[in-house]
Ligand binder design. Structure first.
Ligand SMILES: [Zn+2]
Length: 69
C-alpha cells in the first residue's frame, strides 16, 4: 500500500479528519475553534482515519486512540 505521507510531487491533497458540520461548512479535527475547511485552497476532508494526510489531525487521532486504550 502506498504511503500517503510520501509526496515527492507535492500533489497530494491535505485531508483533514472530518469533525462535524457547521453553518459555514465542514469542520476539521485539528482546528482549535470550529472553523469551516477552506476547500478552495486544496484542502479536503475525509471520514476514514487511514485517509487523513493532515499532520495535526493525525497527531490528534493518535492521541485519541491512546486515551481510548
Ligand atoms: Zn487537519
Amino acid at each position: 500500500m502506498m504511503n500517503r505521507r510520501n509526496d515527492p510531487y507535492r500533489d497530494i491533497k491535505v485531508y483533514h479528519r472530518f469533525a462535524g458540520f457547521s453553518a459555514r461548512g465542514v469542520l476539521a479535527l485539528c482546528y482549535k475553534r470550529p472553523r469551516a475547511i477552506n476547500l478552495r485552497r486544496g484542502y479536503s476532508w475525509t471520514l476514514r482515519d487511514e485517509a487523513v494526510t493532515c499532520k495535526k489531525c493525525l497527531r490528534l487521532l493518535a492521541a485519541r486512540e491512546m486515551e481510548a486504550a
